[in-house]
Design a protein around this ligand. Structure first.
Ligand SMILES: Cc1cc2nc3c(=O)[nH]c(=O)nc-3n(C[C@H](O)[C@H](O)[C@H](O)COP(=O)(O)OP(=O)(O)OC[C@H]3O[C@@H](n4cnc5c(N)ncnc54)[C@H](O)[C@@H]3O)c2cc1C
Length: 469
């Protein structure tokens, strides 16, 4: 970037808020999507931004965006950089807008059960602050210690407690956002409005392509009077799935449903034998929790579930953020050259389907993957029966940066989910990785999305090449 432009950015935000050192540019040049899982999009990764700017207020974001629109410079919003779809990668260079400077918890109201927070607040910091006031955040992803409020809203993430509190987007009452023109807009932080269409919803899951979110009004919840946890083992995936469906058919929604058939890791005592386990969590007021656990356990036992005891359940709950702590130590806290990136040749897919088609989809994938020599290491349900995930391993020998075979397989199974009336991704967004499937995902609605994009961002500066835009 020309020196004159850097000088202009410094004038807009202050000299200490514009980073152009190689190390800083590298730090902000990627999220958690490595070249292997990016498949066909891998060639677009690795581009450095021209500058990283770290604004401290919505007014500074506004000045920066007005400037970038005038000059036609791409701007990529960057939260915690933990996204797994390449959404925060600056594939066309330009400015990375590091939102870590917007870190204030503006207001918490226990009576209204509302928190107003800036977009760069890390989820765990908010959770701790809320706990201190007898409240909790309903969004509890694995990445709680490392992801930001703005990133979670922009990807419409899912967490462990989604069964009770819903996904991230369900908890957003209102937003303050800056449009590409620099205009700051705000929607009302109320639980429901009937005065026109839901503009808050427009920005949820928009992955920084329509606006930069600077502040959110979130619904928060009382700390539960009682929480109980169970781990149950089932003889087959089908039996456990039927137990989960039976609960939901009754209207019983455990706060946490984490159900998986997993192949234990190589080298562990049970290696080779798939294990099917359901981790259930109930929370709320005492009588509610007791009624829920009684009925849910009855259903599990009726479907041949076996209670593995409190120790197993407690261990699962306490370790639920362990991967994120490891990711922080091995990647985020290290300088770019010394990061430890695991070379897994696997992909983890997350589709949502009508409940009635989940087992059919699993059987279809088992057949299709088996014919291609691809092994599935895990099949799971998270939060509700419709949210179905699976982890597949590449049969090709390690070495090649990417795998064309896996790329084709991933596309095939995601398209099969679309064809069964589902969506190709329920958890992490589209980013760069799934951009090529957006047209197919959205159908004729893609034209409407493009029209919204070109109206709100006529120069196309906001996070180009993401979400198929
Ligand atoms: C170990 C690990 C565990 C994970 N577990 C989960 C999980 O359980 N559930 C889950 O949903 N996800 C999970 N993820 C994925 C990731 O943590 C989520 O997608 C998270 O919501 C991203 O937040 P972030 O702040 O890191 O966003 P980033 O990665 O920085 O950005 C994500 C996208 O949002 C955009 N964006 C960021 N901030 C803003 C803003 N203020 N305004 C507009 N656009 C913005 C970016 O441009 C990008 O497109 C996990 C990731 C890792 C590495």
């Amino acid at each position: 970037m020309k020196k004159a432009l850097v000088k202009q950015l410094e004038d807009l935000c202050g000299q200490d808020r514009v980073y152009t050192k190689e190390e800083d540019l590298e730090h902000f040049s990627a999220d958690a999507l490595g070249p292997y899982r990016a498949f066909r999009a891998a060639s677009q990764l690795g581009r450095l931004p021209d500058a990283v700017v770290c604004p401290r207020s919505a007014e500074e974001v506004s000045r920066l965006l007005a400037f970038a629109s005038k000059e036609g410079i791409p701007v990529v919003p960057y939260g915690g950089g933990t996204g797994v779809m390449g959404g925060a990668s600056p594939v066309k260079g330009g400015i990375v807008l590091a939102l870590k400077g917007l870190r204030r918890i503006v207001r918490v109201s226990p009576e209204d059960r509302v928190a107003v927070v800036e977009a760069g607040v890390v989820l765990e910091e908010l959770e701790v602050a809320l706990n201190g006031q007898g409240l909790l955040l309903g969004h509890d992803p694995w990445s709680l210690p490392i992801a930001t409020v703005g990133g979670a809203i922009s990807t419409n993430g899912v967490g462990y407690r989604a069964g009770k509190y819903g996904v991230m987007g369900d908890q957003v009452l209102g937003l303050q956002a800056v449009l590409a023109s620099g205009q700051v807009i705000a929607t009302k932080g109320v639980p429901k409005q009937a005065a026109g269409p839901d503009l808050t919803g427009l920005f949820i899951g928009s992955e920084g392509t329509l606006a930069v979110i600077t502040e959110a009004t979130l619904q928060v919840f009382p700390l539960p009077e009682k929480r109980s946890l169970y781990t149950l083992r089932f003889p087959t995936f089908e039996k456990g799935f039927e137990a989960v469906v039976a609960m939901h058919s009754l209207g019983l929604r455990p706060a946490m449903v984490d159900f998986a058939e997993q192949l234990p890791a190589e080298g562990t005592p049970d290696y080779g034998a798939a294990q099917v386990e359901l981790n259930l969590g109930f929370e709320g007021f005492k009588e509610e929790v007791e009624a829920q656990e009684r009925r849910a356990l009855e259903m599990c036992l009726r479907h041949d579930g076996r209670d593995l005891g409190q120790e197993a359940a407690k261990l699962f709950w306490e370790n639920r953020h362990a991967t994120a702590h490891r990711y922080k130590q091995e990647v985020l806290d290290r300088p770019p050259g010394r990061r430890r990136r695991r070379q897994w040749r696997m992909d983890y897919l997350h589709v949502a389907l009508p409940t009635s088609r989940v087992l059919e989809f699993r059987s279809y994938c088992q057949r299709f993957l088996g014919e291609g020599g691809i092994s599935a290491r895990e099949w799971s349900i998270w939060g509700r029966p419709e949210f179905f995930s699976f982890m597949i391993a590449d049969p090709e020998p390690p070495g090649a940066e990417t795998s064309l075979k896996m790329a084709a397989v991933v596309d095939h199974v995601l398209m099969a989910a679309q064809d069964m009336g589902g969506t190709m991704e329920y958890c992490h967004g589209v980013g760069l990785k799934l951009s090529h499937l957006m047209e197919r995902e959205m159908g004729t609605a893609m034209g409407a999305l493009r029209a919204i994009k070109s109206t709100l961002d006529p120069q196309g500066i906001l996070n180009p090449s993401k979400l198929g835009l």
